[in-house]
Ligand binder design. Structure first.
Ligand SMILES: NC(=O)c1ccc[n+]([C@@H]2O[C@H](COP(=O)([O-])OP(=O)(O)OC[C@H]3O[C@@H](n4cnc5c(N)ncnc54)[C@H](O)[C@@H]3O)[C@@H](O)[C@H]2O)c1
Ligand SMILES: [Zn+2]
Length: 339
């Protein structure tokens, strides 16, 4: 599948871990994390230098970034070197930002190994780091030269991390593709023979949106935020960690479906469909943090996507269709949070 962008295009290939490694160029360095290295490191080409960071969000820091840059220099990486980011979204964002900035930019190959990274993080060109002040506050739009979606890597993923990615798959169905939604009537497992086709569908849906709005200027990309306004607030008020991103988005989609119905934007009965499909996937649709409506509203207002105090939400019109709605009254949000 080809993804077009302002400076050219790149291929996204569904393949195996082994084939992806065999396709890496000779002048290549690998950034990964310890979990991925433990499960899949035996397939890394032996001659290539490898930097493995600690697993987890805290590796998306200026400190680790600096260490990776120093390692690039020590490994003799030049402007002709390719950097392969082999891991989940953390590795993709960190290594992506390294490749965007080392020597003013070296070639980047994304090899996403979590479902979340495959259907979301690895396509679209956003790379970056967190600051103490907030997530993803440093970054760039930097497109890879190729993406290898290694489906077999999902076999070693923790089931909770797999479901975390399923939340984003459900989101694509809800915002853009009612046919995909129908395929999710039963719990999705890594062994499902439909999985490669489902992942490919999600990648093509994301590619279509980001090709339309590469730099997040037209508002088209905003539909990808369905469930995320509340989801980000849940992650924030629970202190980032106890509730995984996809879980928070799942809770957020349930709340935002109720909100849409209350505002008359979303067709009646949609909130039930949303909750039902998420629960079938073993995903959460409620959380006690939602009761702290004041803190949640505060977190939404501080979110970088809230414009000048106005509350904007990407809301469903019906399952499979979504649009951006601005100036949502805070009282309506509070009512939706209470359920
Ligand atoms: N750039 C974007 O557009 C974009 C989009 C969505 C999310 N993100 C970012 O992605 C990050 C979350 O990504 P994630 O959910 O992939 O988390 P992650 O990278 O932390 O991976 C989750 C866990 O799975 C482990 N893991 C990865 N692949 C594995 C495998 N094949 N087998 C066994 N274990 C494996 C990791 O070590 C980690 O412990 C966040 O920082 C988020 O901001 C970026
Ligand atoms: Zn997300």
């Amino acid at each position: 599948m080809t993804v077009n962008h302002s400076r050219g295009s790149y291929e996204v290939a569904l393949t195996t871990f082994e084939a992806a490694m065999a396709a890496l160029p000779e002048d290549c360095i690998i950034v990964t994390d310890h979990n991925v290295q433990r499960h899949w490191g035996h397939l890394f080409p032996r001659a290539l230098p490898v930097f493995a960071c600690e697993p987890g969000e805290h590796s998306k820091s200026l400190d680790v970034y600096e260490r990776v840059l120093a390692w690039c220099a020590d490994s003799g990486a030049s402007r002709r070197t390719t950097l392969a980011a082999v891991g989940g979204g953390v590795v993709g964002d960190l290594a992506g930002f390294v490749s965007a900035t080392y020597m003013r930019g070296i070639r980047l190959v994304q090899v996403p190994t979590t479902l979340l990274a495959q259907v979301d993080a690895a396509v679209g060109g956003k790379v970056g780091l967190d600051l103490a002040a907030g997530k993803n506050l440093v970054g760039a739009f930097y497109q890879p030269v190729s993406v290898y979606v290694v489906i077999d890597a999902l076999s070693t993923l923790d089931p909770r991390q797999f479901r975390n990615g399923v939340a984003e798959v459900v989101k694509y169905g809800l915002i853009m593709d009612s046919e995909l939604l129908r395929q999710l009537s039963e719990g999705l497992l890594p062994t499902n023979p439909q999985l490669p086709a489902i992942v490919e569908k999600c990648v093509s849906l994301k590619a279509a949106v980001v090709e339309d709005d590469e730099f997040e200027r037209t508002g088209r990309r905003a539909i990808l935020n369905f469930g995320h306004t509340i989801g980000h607030a849940v992650e924030k008020v629970t202190g980032y960690g106890p509730v995984l991103h996809g879980e928070a988005v799942s809770i957020g989609m349930a709340v935002e479906a109720r909100l849409g119905e209350a505002l008359g934007v979303t067709a009646a009965g949609t909130a039930y469909v949303v909750t039902d499909v998420l629960e079938r996937q073993g995903l959460p649709v409620r959380h006690e943090a939602l009761q702290a409506t004041g803190s949640i509203l505060e977190a939404i207002k501080l979110d970088k996507k809230a414009k000048r105090g106005s509350l904007a939400f990407s809301l469903l019109i019906e399952p499979g269709k979504c649009k951006l709605v601005e100036d949502v009254p805070p009282e309506a949000v509070e009512a939706a949070l209470r359920g």
